[in-house]
Design a protein around this ligand. Structure first.
Ligand code: ATP
Length: 240
């Protein structure tokens, strides 16, 4: 399912933080959203999820205008950081709750969780009454990411999913994203500063700078090399 962005603008205190005349994120691709601090990555993801009111513009998921209907929500999942996880629940309670929202039985959720056993590394499930807030940041991150995968969405948005994860878990997450993208199939939109983890799995990387699309790299253009060049400290000094 594609995501279409048309004539979008958002300002805070008269400062425009997002201005995207046109952007289409193709169905079934993995798109990376990259940019320096404050570039507008989270704002873009929140706008796609209709969590902020735009000053102008339209965003569609499939044929659904996200601001005008709710149907797209059944096909869309997101992880927007560890603060967005219901941390007073145990992991199991949270997974079954999220599953119930999309009509999954406990058996279906349990089967899906078994698929992520390796990612959980025996740290998440079966911890009795331990609430999510008492887990480490990396493990809360894992809980939030897997919860977003439970509905097997047609569109998946992840904000900084590699944060807090150990190197093995980062590699497993790469495999998980490629798996959902190819096998379900799912349009994956990932914002991250971690270009070494992100670039190898991306079909495309949209680079934001001060709310504008500065570059739009395709996989054939050696995304990691281009991004490494863009983010090199030397370049920032030269351009100042
Ligand atoms: N609710 C808000 N009120 C005021 N300004 C905001 C608000 N939300 C975002 N901004 C501003 O919008 C700009 C873009 O923020 P955003 O969080 O989208 O950037 P980002 O690319 O995700 O940054 P980072 O990499 O640091 O997480 C920033 O200047 C930020 O201060």
């Amino acid at each position: 399912m594609k995501v279409s962005i048309q004539g979008v603008s958002k300002s805070y205190q008269q400062q425009e933080v997002l201005n995207i005349p046109e952007l289409e994120l193709e169905s079934g691709k993995i798109t990376g959203i990259v940019g320096n601090n404050g570039a507008g990555k989270t704002t873009l993801l929140r706008a796609i999820l209709d969590l902020i009111q735009l000053d102008r513009g339209d965003i569609k998921i499939g044929e659904w205008d996200v601001a005008k209907c709710e149907d797209w929500r059944k096909k869309t999942s997101a992880f927007l950081g560890i603060d967005s996880v219901l941390n007073f629940l145990t992991p199991e309670e949270y997974f079954y709750f999220v599953g119930s929202l999309t009509g999954r039985t406990e058996q279906e959720v349990a089967e899906l969780l078994a698929k992520y056993e390796n990612f959980f590394n025996d740290e998440i499930l079966g911890k009795k009454k331990k609430c999510i807030r008492d887990f480490s940041s990396g493990n809360i991150q894992k809980i939030g990411i897997v919860a977003a995968l439970i509905s097997r969405p047609a569109v998946l948005l992840l904000d900084e999913p590699f944060n807090f994860l150990d190197p093995t878990s980062q590699m497993l997450l790469q495999e998980m994203l490629v798996d959902v993208n190819k096998n379900y199939p799912c349009t994956v939109i990932v914002s991250s500063h971690d270009i070494t983890q992100l670039a190898p799995i991306c079909d495309r990387a949209v680079l934001l700078e001060k709310g504008l699309i500065k570059h739009d790299f395709q996989a054939s253009e050696h995304i990691l090399e281009k991004l490494s060049e863009y983010f090199s400290p030397g370049r920032r000094i030269i351009s100042q």
